[in-house]
Design a protein around this ligand. Sequence first.
Ligand SMILES: Cc1cc2nc3c(=O)[nH]c(=O)nc-3n(C[C@H](O)[C@H](O)[C@H](O)COP(=O)(O)OP(=O)(O)OC[C@H]3O[C@@H](n4cnc5c(N)ncnc54)[C@H](O)[C@@H]3O)c2cc1C
Length: 434
Amino acid sequence: ATGGAAADWDVIVIGAGFAGITAARELRARGKRVLVLEARDRIGGRTWTDTYGGQLIERGGTWVEPTQPYLGAELTRYKLALEEDEPISTTWLPTPNGPRQFTPEDGFGRMGTVFERMFDGTRTYFEKPFQPLYRADLLQSLDKLTLRDRLTQLALTPEEELLVNGQTAVYAGGASTDGAFTMFAHWWALAGHTNAGWNDTMRWRIAKGTTALLQAMVNEAKPTIKLSSPVASVNDTGTLVYVTTTSGTRYSATAVVVAMPVNALGTVKFSPSLPPALTTATTQGIAVKNAVKLWIHARKGAGRVYGQGAEGGSPIPMLLPFKETSEGMLYVAFSTDPRLDPTNTAQVKKAVQQLGVNLDVIGVKAHDWGRDPYARGGWAFRKPRQLTTLYPEVTYTSGRLSFASGDIANGWSGYIDGAIESGLRAARQAAGEE
Ligand SMILES: Cc1cc2nc3c(=O)[nH]c(=O)nc-3n(C[C@H](O)[C@H](O)[C@H](O)COP(=O)(O)OP(=O)(O)OC[C@H]3O[C@@H](n4cnc5c(N)ncnc54)[C@H](O)[C@@H]3O)c2cc1C
């Protein structure tokens, strides 16, 4: 479907995150003339390698698992090493009597016992995790459940409930009532249906940062990338597609890969309008609306401590140790509570204290992905019924447009792996191969 005489480009890719950069590389490999239009002044989107306290940090997506197939293939291709997080020395978990210290083995083991019950059956209903609707017959009813519904079904003791509801709430964007049970169950299935597999998804980082992988892809394919070029409209005439930026510059191509976050699709005027599944997806949102990632720099003292809160408790329900700095120690934390002001050091310190952890805070660096105009959300976490009502249509082409995003992967949605998977698929579609 390429080769239109009047087109400036064979393919325009909108968005330079992992999905867009993957699609651009694949299309360059097929000899296409590719233009990438990116709204921000950097590539990477919801991944963003930065520095703090003299260390490389990731403001967005970080952890990768070498068994994630699409990501794993890229690591091999570019010979990029992984670095393992140093071990946690102690965990603080909520109990009915307040936060309590456990050894990591004991704490994560107890949590795992509850998760194993929660996700019992995934081998059947997510038999083929990369074909998420393979057992659509079984998923129809399961996909109606919120994470809260599933916790209720399990009739957990108060102790058991408190071990996991902080995690279910934070992944779902703040409340276990918001997220689909099948979303977490799908991740569990992708991770090999075991607690050990699931824990491994939070262990490894690309040693040189996520940017190193993106840069390797760009260096190989050399697509033309225009930064600070937010797209305002996409007009598919049937023979050509016109893409116009907010500054009024218009480009034409024979095909377009829309590699924006699903939550941000509504900010662009598409004519003809987006297909129904994507209109619903962007209206409802797939990525969680509240997602603040914080980097807390604290003086030495608390050590390599992990802290987890209860649902509805601390506005910072998850704290993990990262690395020592010359002045102290860096911690990573997540908040899905819009009431938290992450720039207010005293508030951050108090929120962490509610987990049982005392940090002598030097400073905080945070990014609010929900309020970021080019993300409008954090990681993907589907709502009830989204899997069974929006898939597979969200992955289909519409005229000369194909859609890539970690929000609509068949496998690891909400992960870098999913973004790469979707970019590969959208490139094949744009090249007319499927
Ligand atoms: C806080 C946080 C933690 C995460 N943790 C992990 C993790 O540990 N491991 C993991 O694998 N994944 C993690 N993820 C998820 C992962 O980061 C995403 O799934 C992945 O980066 C999505 O890539 P993408 O290319 O689909 O979207 P994006 O990276 O969002 O790329 C989309 C691009 O489109 C651009 N854009 C938007 N609007 C326009 C416009 N109008 N015109 C032009 N360009 C536009 C954006 O600026 C952006 O660059 C995390 C995400 C967040 C937010």
